[in-house]
Design a binder for this molecule. Structure first.
Ligand code: ZN
Length: 308
């Protein structure tokens, strides 16, 4: 049986869950609050660090460097030093800036993830004019190499979101939410190249409600995709383009998913309460909460840290 449990209270825009398997801890951000959250399921303890000058859209540990995390601040990629407890970081070092050109300075970084070699990938979205209303085709998907050089891979992106890599590392899956698709690229892990863009799963063709947002891959090579404005997480096979399963979430704006827990068989789900009015918030008390789904029958992989 599949169960969905609300484990943490309302965020404004909860996003970017990362499971640290060594620490058995869940990290995620509240973009609009410019906060990084750390939650340990075993103790049910949550700590929050506020990032000045945000918004912050990702938090990923730096490999082999205790208390160091890659975060974003607006259009900057930064390394934060944080003890995991304090309400402010002890140090923030900005290492790169993206979209530093006229017409793109109102962009901000959004979802990001480390590929299986530890290379960071993160994309931008255009200026926000209203709910799911961004300056179209103004963002890009970037990677950051170990020598801290930024490379642009995909341009004309409206709202850069989920990333995942196939089990053999030969395909990168990517979501630009406004396309209503999960797309696939041939991926060269060594060179950090993504080419030959095509559709892997089509929301419209499958009658799926909402915008594709964050996603993760399971050990069978199937994707779990958060549906923003869709109140659900879907499970799809990106090789066949088929919808395998849907799981209802009692929060309309489901933002992202990651497997965690001792056996990596618990699906952690972030969501948002942003742009809901008073009546909607009252009618959906768990809007914006963070959830844990048990009994999906699937397992994921330990979170990949960034090599820098
Ligand atoms: Zn997202």
């Amino acid at each position: 049986m599949t169960t969905v449990e609300c484990i943490l209270p309302r965020t404004i825009l909860g996003e970017g869950p990362h499971w640290d398997h060594t620490e058995q801890a869940l990290y995620f951000v509240d973009i609009k609050a410019s906060e990084v959250h750390r939650y340990t399921p075993a103790t049910k303890k949550e700590t929050v660090v506020k990032i000045e000058g945000g918004p912050v859209s990702i938090v990923i540990p730096v490999q082999g460097q205790k208390n160091k995390y890659v975060i974003t601040i607006g259009r900057d990629i930064a390394i934060m030093t944080w003890d995991g407890v304090s309400s402010s970081p002890s140090h923030v070092e900005r290492v790169a800036t993206v979209d530093e050109v006229d017409g793109k300075r109102e962009n901000r970084l959004n979802d990001g993830k480390a590929d299986p070699t530890g290379r960071l990938w993160a994309g931008t979205l255009g200026a926000e004019h209203g709910p799911v209303d961004f300056t179209p085709h103004n963002g890009s998907l970037f990677s950051l190499s170990k020598d801290r050089k930024v490379t642009s891979h995909v341009t004309g992106v409206t709202c850069s979101n989920g990333l995942a890599w196939s089990l053999d590392n030969k395909i990168m899956y990517y979501i630009d939410s406004l396309t209503l698709k999960v797309e696939a690229f041939d991926f060269n892990a060594e060179k950090g190249q993504a080419i030959n863009r095509r559709t892997a799963f089509d929301f419209k063709a499958n009658g799926v409600k909402g915008f594709p947002d964050g996603m993760t891959i399971d050990t069978q090579g199937n994707l779990w995709v958060a549906c923003f404005d869709g109140s659900q997480v879907i499970n799809v096979d990106p090789r066949t383009g088929k919808l395998l399963k849907t799981i209802s979430i009692p929060s309309p704006k489901v933002t992202s998913v990651v497997f965690g827990g001792k056996n990596l068989d618990e699906l952690y789900v972030t969501s948002a309460s942003v742009d809901l009015n008073k009546e909607e918030l009252a009618a959906t008390p768990s809007a914006g909460c963070t959830f844990r789904i048990l009994g999906t029958g699937a397992k994921g992989f330990p979170g990949q840290s960034v090599v820098l």
